[in-house]
Write a protein that binds this ligand. Structure first.
Ligand code: HEM
Ligand code: HEM
Length: 174
């Protein structure tokens, strides 16, 4: 029940998957800052939690990968080219979830602001802006687009398996 099997992902894998999925999707509301000069209720509502939730996603991803390393051998394997594409896209999503938070923090710090997580100051306000931090930190926004494209493809893949191939790929994760 807790562990994965060839037929079904166990409770812990499913908890990680759906909890992180919800957190990641709400991180995407940050795109709402592009609307109406940043004055949009979605950005205003979720924006203040962006850094803390991002850090939480990173911690959960580290724990999830440790769990995955123990479960990999029991997991269902999708054969063929589609399986290979799916596995590669899962890996790229994991990379995004691990590197986006530090890049976001670097961007904020490089811009001359303090980095605060869960109401605590992680990095004090720096004396000045730092160009290389801003340049590197801008990768955060690029990876955000990569991640959104992968999540959309991932979502469509799950629907394709369920409604067109009519296999149990989606069922074993719900
Ligand atoms: C995996 C976790 C995270 C995800 C999925 C995520 C996602 C996003 C998205 C979708 C955007 C909008 C992209 C854009 O403005 O072009 C964004 C912007 C931003 N994020 Fe994150 N984020 C995460 C973690 C963090 C963390 C931990 C921080 C800071 C400590 C952070 C700081 C920022 C900043 C400063 C922006 C605005 C950048 C700009 O205006 O160009 N993010 N993020
Ligand atoms: C939008 C709704 C989503 C649906 C319907 C969905 C569906 C699924 C399904 C059916 C699987 C199992 C695939 C298989 O057994 O081959 C899966 C696995 C996976 N999904 Fe999603 N997913 C969603 C969102 C997300 C999000 C937002 C992320 C992360 C950004 C994500 C990351 C993963 C990863 C990494 C796996 C591989 C298994 C694991 O390591 O836990 N998914 N997803």
């Amino acid at each position: 029940m807790l562990n994965d099997s060839q037929q079904r992902y166990g409770l812990i894998t499913r908890f990680f998957h759906w909890f992180v999925a919800v957190l990641v999707i709400q991180q995407f509301f940050k795109f709402a800052d592009y609307i109406n000069d940043g004055e949009h209720w979605l950005g205003d509502t979720f924006g203040p939690y962006h850094t803390s939730v991002g850090a939480l996603i990173m911690l959960l991803t580290v724990a999830r990968l440790l769990w995955t390393s123990k479960q990999q051998a029991h997991r269902p394997v999708t054969q063929g080219l589609l399986g290979k594409i799916a596995r590669s896209s899962h890996r790229i999503m994991y990379v995004c979830l691990l590197v986006m938070p530090p890049l976001g923090a670097l961007y904020i710090f490089g811009k001359g602001y303090p980095v605060k997580l869960f109401g605590m100051t992680l990095l004090e306000k720096p004396a000045a802006e730092t160009a290389w931090m801003i340049n590197l930190g801008e990768l955060h926004g690029i990876l955000a687009f990569v991640l959104v494209a992968l999540v959309l493809a991932h979502f469509c893949g799950a629907l394709y398996h369920h409604f067109i191939r009519r296999d149990d790929t989606l069922r074993r994760m719900v």
